[in-house]
Ligand binder design. Sequence first.
Ligand SMILES: *Cc1c(COP(=O)(O)O)cnc(C)c1O
Length: 437
Amino acid sequence: MKFRSTRGEKTVTFDEALIQGIAGDGGLYLPDELPAFSIEAFSGAHATGDVAKILLQPFFESSTLLSALDEIIAETFSFPLPVTALPVQEGSAGLLELYHGPTAAFKDVGAGFLAACMSRLEGEPDNPLTILVATSGDTGGAVAAAFNDRPGMRVVVLYPDGRVSERQAHQLTCWGDNVLSLAVQGSFDDCQAMAKAAMADKALTGYRFSSANSINIGRLLPQSTYYAAASLQHFRETGRKPGFVVPTGNLGNALACCMARLFGLPIGEIVLATNANCLISDFLAGEEWLPRDSIETHASAMDVGNPSNMERLRYLFGEADELNGIVSAVSVSDHEIEQEIRQNFSEFGLVTCPHTATATHAWRQLTDEQRSATDWILVATAHPAKFEQIVEPIIGQAIPLPQEMASILSRDQKYEKIEPDLQSMTAALDQRFSAKP
Ligand SMILES: *Cc1c(COP(=O)(O)O)cnc(C)c1O
């Protein structure tokens, strides 16, 4: 199978799509044909890793990594991705917990898979590939954790000093020697501009730069596997297709769910839960798609004004009216997020992060008919202990730290403060890596 840009005709192999990240014409890569799986194709496969081996195989037919796929999958799916039942009065609802990875958010799956692929394709101990990642909090930690200690690879994390939470800062700055963490004296936009400028700057060619963007096909595809595994398990147990409610920012996680549905997995309706950044729900309600500035909310990892993966969704499904009955969207305010965290705790004894709270809210907003006709799986994208400053005051008690997070928080932090310009960044890189003579 080959891959094609949403804006172009030329096809590339999986390896080329993975290394390029974004297509030369500015579009995003998608498989040029969609495999159709029957449920029987997965018989005997229960663990997410085993489902992944079957689901991902066709995409790797054009890849030099095909023979390493089982290993890549074993490295990626090394932590549980369970569905736990919620004690609801009517209907059926479960929580798909995607937060048991190294940095306690779903991005660990995509970042881990990308790192396992990229280091095999591009890792050169004599001339390492340098992954540049600008982060507003969550992405940088997942990418640093995934590439940490991989031979022939290094990571430069750019984050806005003082504008990420303490625990996030720790997850950005506690890694091995192949990770350089730069606390930029500026905004997230400054960080992003620096990463872009560095990629484009010929004077920095002593380094081989790449990105680990969330739009990379190598992050998107592995995310389909937990939707496949969860829906298969539910279907085998009940004979019914579950619907999914997915906290959504850049639309990467939810798009993976939509793709799993297109591949033939037993998935019903898909509800996108956004925070107050409501471009997606306005678009699905018939408004024009006009990118906006993002608004800051409690669910900060979803503060996206121009969700890039919408281009893929429209390419695959068509325009808003064609999504009717398949995909819908609900926008959730900060006030509603707070109420939801409180209610989840009092009603279910469940502690939810602000992102996950948008999903439980969207689920509560469904009509009685939608809730009785369909079984729902709500997606939990991060562990609440990652956002304890918001969640603890609302539930009135401390959230126990998961083991993995406790071990990260006990490590020493190591970072350099730099000015928000390319010279400062280059100086920090040269000092650490001394790529140039
Ligand atoms: C990144 C993130 C999201 C949003 O995911 P998208 O793929 O950008 O839609 C939601 N919740 C958490 C905790 C995240 O880190």
